[in-house]
Write a new protein. Structure first.
Length: 140
């Protein structure tokens, strides 16, 4: 049985997360000061935690839960559109788009969001040294 990590690896190899590296780099660049503050003010006050830049980026992403809301909403809408199409094909009639969208959101949106955050962390971990460099480079 495949684990969620196996699924992330497969989806990454299929190019499903091709937009995440650029979005992640832009997010880190835009939020550089906040990530440094988070490292110092939150992680730096936690007993037993070494407040590294890598840990700060990960925890900050986990706290915010989004690196490009517009792109992520478009992807989520794509999933809803796919479900609408499937329901239309399955029932051989024009689907109730609003009903299907509401049902998809109730059933799948929280899990979709959680999986998306894990995908972001997966991509971050694959090239963590690069993203730490992004965090610490001087702004142009």
């Amino acid at each position: 049985m495949a684990t969620e990590l196996d699924l992330l690896r497969q989806e990454f190899s299929e190019g499903k997360y091709a937009s995440i590296p650029g979005d992640l780099e832009a997010f880190i660049d835009k939020n550089r000061d906040s990530i440094h503050r988070f490292r110092d003010e939150v992680l730096g006050r936690m007993p037993g935690v070494v407040p590294t830049d890598a840990l700060a980026i990960k925890w900050y992403v986990l706290q915010i839960r989004s690196i490009n809301p517009v792109h992520e909403i478009k992807e989520e809408l794509g999933e809803i559109e796919q479900e609408i199409w499937i329901q239309g094909e399955r029932n051989r009639r024009s689907p109730d788009r609003l009903k299907i969208a509401r049902e998809w959101c109730a059933r799948h949106a929280p899990g979709w969001r959680d999986h998306r955050v894990l995908a972001i962390i997966y991509v971050l971990e694959r090239d963590l040294d690069h993203y730490v460099e992004v965090l610490n480079r001087k702004r142009a």
